[in-house]
Design a protein around this ligand. Structure first.
Ligand code: SAH
Length: 351
């Protein structure tokens, strides 16, 4: 048993079972042993690969999207280009390179990273070295100074802790993490209010309070200061179903095993995010399947241009990356793209 597991075990012995959210929060963000605090999980040598790590085309297209979205906002100067959970900083690096072709946006923007991982902060600084932009780091969106903004979040919301509820007989109960034989196991907590009265016995319903809160904050800032947001993640349109998952070394892993040593995520409930955004005063667009969105903002064109310039031996890799990002069998359909914009504004580019 690793040190974080021993610590959680003691907590549960002393205070009783903890929520799935508390378990997830400790596994991902414990200051000493949390998964994101201690390592770079991305890439072939890590545990999972994200769209910006698949191909430079992803960040470039998102950068150009940001430029067009900024113009639709009335080209505010200065403007904050905010990224939530920037990973290695690859998306931003590629986006800023594409934005070099849009000098008025390039000169107006200030980069803000919302990141809690010291290990990844170092990588982000290295990625942006030589970009001509000096990012500012913040622990949360609330800490970013208010003002007009363009916000990007790729695979950020799936990393925020969820609570789970289980239908047991006629009622919903919170699903908690207690002690099982030798390790952790799920146990039932108190009766809770929940939607879906007709759900089957044993059905699971998930709530991501942190995600809903963050999206409400984005929407509030859009309504007050003007702004636009692009949220990309794997997810669904609400309803019952368990999506808590753990991945280690690119294969699925039991979620309660080895906390802090494996990635632990949940699919994003886009219906809940849209509800939180519209209640807080923004308009929501989508979600569109990632493949359709990328095609609309020029993926095929960008891939063709890159192939033209690439040596023959690299052309196949560019084509394979395009397919991986856009094909419904790969990342094109599971991943979805939601945009938030001011209420009376035109739809953001691609929507
Ligand atoms: N967007 C990147 C990385 C995705 S991994 C990419 O697409 O490659 C999730 C990112 O969110 C990591 O950078 C992680 O450190 C960060 N993160 C996770 N939980 C966070 C939190 N509560 N606050 C801020 N950043 C967080």
């Amino acid at each position: 048993m690793n040190p974080l597991a021993r610590h959680l075990r003691r907590v549960i012995e002393l205070e009783g079972p903890i929520s799935v959210a508390a378990f997830m929060d400790a596994a991902l963000s414990d200051p000493d042993h949390g998964y994101y605090r201690t390592r770079d999980p991305l890439g072939r040598a890590g545990d999972f690969t994200t769209a910006p790590e698949v191909s430079q085309m992803f960040g470039e297209l998102v950068g150009l999207w940001a430029a067009v979205a900024w113009r639709q906002l009335g080209a505010p100067d200065p403007v904050d280009l905010i990224e939530l959970g920037p990973g290695r900083g690859t998306l931003m690096k590629d986006a800023l390179r594409a934005i070099e072709g849009v000098p008025d946006f390039r000169n107006a923007l200030r980069v803000h990273f919302v990141e809690t991982s010291p290990a990844l902060t170092i990588k982000q600084a290295a990625s942006l070295k030589g970009s001509g932009h000096a990012p500012e780091w913040h622990e949360s969106l609330e800490a970013v100074p208010p003002g007009p903004f363009v916000l990007i979040a790729n695979e950020f919301f799936d990393a925020l802790p969820i609570r789970q509820f289980v239908k047991t007989g006629d009622v919903w109960r919170e699903r908690l993490v207690g002690l099982g034989d030798g390790g952790f196991g799920f146990v039932m907590g108190d009766i809770c209010e929940a939607e879906f009265p007709d759900a089957e016995d044993g059905a699971i319903f998930e709530v991501n309070e942190g995600a809903n809160r963050t999206v409400a904050e984005i929407a509030r800032r859009i309504a007050v200061h003007g702004g636009v947001a692009l949220i990309v993640d794997y997810g669904h349109m609400g309803g019952v179903g368990e999506t808590l998952q753990s991945v280690k070394g690119h294969v699925f892993h039991p979620p309660l095993l080895d906390p802090g040593e494996a990635d632990l995520t949940a699919h994003v409930d886009f219906r809940a995010l849209i509800g939180a955004a519209t209640a807080a005063g923004a308009a929501a667009y989508g979600p569109l399947p990632q493949g359709a969105f990328l095609e609309r903002i020029g993926l095929a064109h960008r891939a063709a241009k890159l192939k033209e310039k690439a040596p023959p031996e690299s052309r196949l890799a560019i084509e394979l990356a395009r397919v991986r990002l856009a094909d419904p069998q790969a990342m094109g359909a599971l991943f979805k793209v939601l945009a938030l914009a001011p209420k009376e504004a035109a739809p953001p580019p691609g929507f």
